[in-house]
Design a protein around this ligand. Structure first.
Ligand code: FMN
Ligand code: SF4
Length: 424
């Protein structure tokens, strides 16, 4: 079935301009240049496209916040930092279909009247970097980027910037700081980047997958995009599935697709014929689901929220029976404690304390007092910091405590600890 984002995946040399154009690429731009920027924004608003970087905010609405006639340039930044554990969908788009992203970038740039854009790409991505670099060079050679693109009178410059290994630089304001050559630390919002962004100018930051959906929307129209998904969660989404699963990988599905079908039909079920224990549905930052939730949850923003979690980046991490969830949570805590940028006390101290308490729980055993302490620390981390990295650990901690108390009880002092198994 033909979808939106992955139709070229599997075609030989899909990343080249030749194959891209042969398979219908760069067709939307013809329509684009016959539209006013405000019409482009309206079409994207009507499509219901929501940002795929994690927050799920309406893409068209975000663009409409960009002030015009400020006398300053407007910038567009592509967020290709993709460092959330369990998330590897943007990498696929960068490696296999970089021209689709460039076409999306051209559409977004025209909508917000931007002439200068940046692609901020995760430093560890090597093949992705080479593919997007080569695609940008091909587009420049053909006159699709640079001065007077497609003979339209619009100019659009693209610069690729490689990150240097910090997860926090995926947060949009830390990304802007990093692009400005400063330490990658989030800014206090408001003001939001749409108003005061890169170098103090209006800026839109969009995720790779968000931009990659635009060629389809402009070429085929908002209604065609809305044939996929649900009323509030329109279109398709990429899900990167990892963990104890028979066929891990990236899957494009209409939003509203049952998680159970993704796990058991598309991905071939749990490795080793084991039973499912838990699923993290939206990258490591979101609350965990238990096996009962998985029976009924659908992969759209609303259904996942009704089950107490978030769709986030669509990084689906599958965990089978036999894994002790305290061990899994400690893994997460170690990551967030390491990646905290240190500006806010609740995050800098809280992530470290959570990690230490969990480590002690595993090595020496713990008790109900430690569980209340974890809860207390997490509640004091949530909503009290400059960015949501603190919440990205606090929310999982609270959900693991709520949904898997028996796994903590296995480590109560005086009880033999269960064998700890590798999660990922
Ligand atoms: C700690 C943290 C890390 C993030 N990492 C990424 C990332 O790697 N890629 C991404 O697109 N968005 C990431 N985001 C979300 C961005 O701040 C921002 O919301 C997103 O790039 C906006 O694009 P969208 O509207 O197209 O989703 C992160 C947010 C936080 C708080
Ligand atoms: S919440 Fe954490 S990562 Fe975010 S700004 Fe504060 S210290 Fe830095």
């Amino acid at each position: 079935m033909s979808l939106v984002l992955t139709n070229r995946i599997g075609i030989s040399e899909s990343y080249t301009l030749q194959v891209y154009e042969k398979t219908g690429g760069y067709q939307s731009v013809k329509k684009l240049f016959s539209m006013e920027p405000v019409q482009v924004i309206e079409e994207v608003k009507n499509s219901g496209l929501r940002g795929r970087g994690g927050a799920g905010f309406s893409a068209g609405l975000k663009w409409s916040f960009v002030p015009q006639n400020t006398g300053k340039p407007t910038y567009l930044c592509v967020n290709a930092d993709e460092s959330e554990p369990g998330t590897f969908k943007d990498r696929l788009l960068l490696e296999e279909d970089p021209h689709q992203l460039i076409e999306g970038l051209i559409i977004a740039a025209c909508a917000i009247r931007c002439r200068t854009s940046y692609i901020y790409i995760r430093g560890e991505f090597d093949l992705s970097y080479r593919r997007i670099r080569d695609a940008v060079a091909e587009a420049y050679d053909k006159g699709y980027l640079g001065k007077n693109i497609f003979g339209s009178g619009h100019d659009l410059e693209v610069t690729i910037h490689r990150g240097a290994g910090a997860y926090i630089c995926g947060e949009e304001t830390a990304l802007l700081e990093s692009l400005e050559g400063k330490k990658g630390q989030p800014r206090i919002k408001p003001p939001f980047p749409a108003v005061v962004g890169l170098f103090g100018c209006p800026t839109v930051v969009n995720n790779v997958e968000t931009l990659s959906a635009l060629p389809f929307i402009i070429q085929h129209g908002a209604a065609a995009y809305r044939q996929f998904g649900t009323e509030k969660s329109a279109g398709t989404k990429l899900f990167s599935v990892s963990g104890h699963i028979n066929r891990p990988g990236t899957y494009e599905k209409p939003l509203g697709y049952p998680l159970k079908d993704l796990v058991y039909n598309d991905c071939g079920g749990i490795r080793g014929g084991k039973r499912l224990k838990a699923v993290i549905p939206g990258g490591s930052s979101v609350p965990v689901l238990n096996a009962q939730d998985v029976e009924t949850v659908k992969l759209d923003y609303e259904s996942v929220a009704e089950h107490g979690s978030m769709l986030g980046s669509g990084g689906v991490i599958v965990i089978s029976e036999g894994v002790n969830m305290v061990w899994a949570l400690r893994n997460l805590a170690r990551f967030y404690a390491h990646e905290s940028c240190g500006q806010c006390t609740p995050c800098r101290e809280g992530t470290g304390w959570v990690e230490k308490i969990l480590a002690r729980f595993l090595s020496e055993g713990g008790g109900e007092k430690d569980m209340s302490l974890l809860m207390d620390i997490s509640n004091n981390m949530m909503g009290k910091t400059i960015c949501v990295l603190a919440d990205a650990l606090a929310m999982p901690v609270l959900s693991y405590l709520k949904k898997f108390p028996e796994d903590f009880a296995e480590h109560f002092k005086g009880r033999a600890a269960s064998p700890q198994m590798r999660v990922l």
